[in-house]
Design a protein around this ligand. Structure first.
Ligand code: FES
Length: 104
């Protein structure tokens, strides 16, 4: 799986989420209050709202449309109406840039 450069870490505030679009797909990249980075598909599995417009609280992202929630560490749904897991991706930071491990 290729590692793809996404966003500078500094483009994501701590305790926040940013949208990253790549190859026709949207992703959400999260930075927790203790500077851990996670990545997932950018669209909610319920009705396709952009999760980057939602609020990050600890390890939970709240969807802006119906307040469904997901655990950003594994994509598991944590509050209805979200009931299908988000796909998550491995990330690493090189020279201040977040890289996401995407499938071929
Ligand atoms: S679109 Fe996200 S919970 Fe409905």
């Amino acid at each position: 799986m290729p590692w793809v450069a996404a966003l500078p870490v500094d483009a994501i505030d701590a305790d926040d989420v940013a949208r990253w679009d790549h190859a026709g797909k949207s992703y959400a990249i999260y930075r927790t209050s203790d500077d851990a980075i996670y990545a997932s598909d950018g669209l909610c599995t319920h009705e396709q709202a952009h999760l980057a417009d939602g609020l990050l609280d600890g390890y939970l992202i709240a969807c802006p449309k119906h307040n469904g929630r997901f655990d950003i560490r594994d994509g598991s749904p944590r509050r209805l109406p979200a009931c299908v897991a988000l796909r998550t991706y491995a990330v690493r930071v090189d020279a201040g840039v977040v890289h996401v491990n995407l499938p071929d």
